[in-house]
Unconditional design. Structure first.
Length: 337
C-alpha cells in the first residue's frame, strides 16, 4: 500500500509539472511585448489593412462557430499547418471537458499587422493581437495564402512571451518583404535556426547550439519539467526521453526593418515515459488522459506534441543571438506501447 501511495504521489507531481508547462506558457500577464514600426518602403503591398481585417474576421468567426459546436468539421476551411492539428486536439479535449482551453483564445482586436509586399504565392500576413480579456499575452498569428485561387488560412499561432521586445517592421501601407528559408547574412538561416532550436529544446544547456540562443520561457519550462519528472521516474528505475524534430516545410518568414528575420515554424516532439519496476505508465495530465481515451495501460506511454515557435534571427554580428519571442505547445496524440 505504501509503495502504491508513493507511486501515485509521483504521478501527481509529474501531472502538476506538465500542466505548468502546457498551460502557463502563454499566460504572460503584466508586461506587454514592445512592438514598433518604421516608415521606409520600396514597394506597395497588394493587400490593405481593411482586407486583412475582413479575412481575419471571417476566419475567427468560423472558428468560434466550430468551437461552440465542439466540432472540428469547420476548421479545414479556414485553418492549415500546425494550427489545424493543435485546434483539432483542443476541441477533442473540449468535447469531454466541456469547454475550450482558455489558452486557445484569439482576441478579435489587433495591435499590429505586417503585410507583405511580395506579389507571388504562397504569401503570408503576420498579425499581432491585443491581450485577451483576462490579460493573457498577445498572439502572433500567421495567415497564409497558398495560391491566388485559395483563401487565406490561419496556419500558426504563437503566444508571445512576457516582456519580449519585438523587432521593427514596416508600416502596413508600405509593407514588409517576406523572407526565405535560406536567407543569408544572419546569425543562422531560418532553416538552420529552427533545426538548431529543436536541438536546444531536446538537449538544453548540453546542446552545442545553446549559446546561439538567448534563454526563454519555453526552454526554462521544458527543462524544469524534465527534471521534475525524472526525479519521480528514477525512484522506480524508469526512464524518459524527449525528441524534438524541426519541420522546415512548415515555416513562415518575414523580413524585419533592421535586416533580420522573424520566423514562425513547427517543431514536433515525442515524449516517451517508461514507468519501471513493472509499473503502469499512465497519462500525466487531464489533456493526455482525454486524448488517450482508454483505461488499458502498459509500462510505456508515448505522447506526441506539436510545438509552434517564433524566432527572431538578427543579422550576424559579434555576440548576436537568436531570440525566441513566443511559442505554443499542445499534445495531439497519446499511445501506450
Amino acid at each position: 500500500m505504501s509503495k502504491r501511495w508513493n507511486s501515485l504521489k509521483k504521478l501527481s507531481v509529474a501531472a502538476t509539472a506538465i500542466v505548468a508547462l502546457v498551460l502557463p506558457l502563454g499566460a504572460c500577464e503584466g508586461q506587454l511585448p514592445t512592438v514598433t514600426t518604421s516608415t521606409s518602403s520600396k514597394a506597395t503591398p497588394d493587400l490593405t489593412e481593411a482586407q486583412e481585417k475582413k479575412i481575419r474576421t471571417k476566419i475567427l468567426e468560423t472558428l468560434d462557430k466550430a468551437d461552440e459546436a465542439r466540432s472540428a468539421d469547420g476548421y479545414k476551411a479556414v485553418m492549415g499547418g500546425p494550427q489545424l492539428e493543435i485546434r483539432t486536439s483542443q476541441v477533442t479535449i473540449a468535447q469531454k471537458s466541456g469547454s475550450m482551453n482558455k489558452y486557445a483564445t484569439i482576441p478579435k482586436d489587433i495591435a499590429q499587422v505586417v503585410i507583405p509586399t511580395d506579389d507571388g504565392w504562397p504569401r503570408s500576413v503576420f498579425t499581432i493581437t491585443t491581450t485577451t480579456d483576462d490579460q493573457q499575452s498577445q498572439r502572433l498569428l500567421v495567415l497564409d495564402q497558398n495560391s491566388a485561387r485559395e483563401n487565406y488560412k490561419l496556419v500558426a499561432m504563437a503566444r508571445l512571451f512576457d516582456g519580449v521586445s519585438m523587432p521593427k517592421f514596416e508600416v502596413p501601407t508600405s509593407g514588409s518583404q517576406m523572407g526565405t528559408a535560406k536567407d543569408e547574412g544572419l546569425v543562422a538561416t531560418p532553416t538552420d535556426a529552427l533545426t538548431q532550436y529543436a536541438d536546444v529544446l531536446q538537449n538544453g544547456s548540453d546542446s552545442k547550439y545553446a549559446s546561439t540562443f538567448t534563454d526563454d520561457m519555453l526552454r526554462q519550462r521544458i527543462s524544469t519539467l524534465t527534471s521534475t519528472v525524472q526525479e519521480g521516474i528514477a525512484r522506480n528505475n524508469g526512464t524518459q526521453e524527449q525528441t524534438f524534430t524541426a519541420v522546415p516545410d512548415q515555416m513562415w518568414i518575414m523580413r524585419t526593418a533592421d535586416g533580420g528575420d522573424l520566423v514562425v515554424g513547427r517543431i514536433d516532439s515525442v515524449w516517451t515515459r517508461q514507468a519501471g519496476d513493472g509499473r503502469e505508465s499512465q497519462p500525466a495530465s487531464d489533456d493526455e488522459k482525454i486524448l488517450y481515451n482508454s483505461d488499458q495501460y502498459t509500462s510505456t506511454m508515448k505522447v506526441t506534441y506539436v510545438n509552434v515557435v517564433a524566432l527572431y534571427i538578427p543579422q550576424a554580428g559579434d555576440d548576436a543571438q537568436i531570440t525566441a519571442v513566443g511559442a505554443d505547445r499542445q499534445p495531439v496524440k497519446v499511445e501506450a506501447l
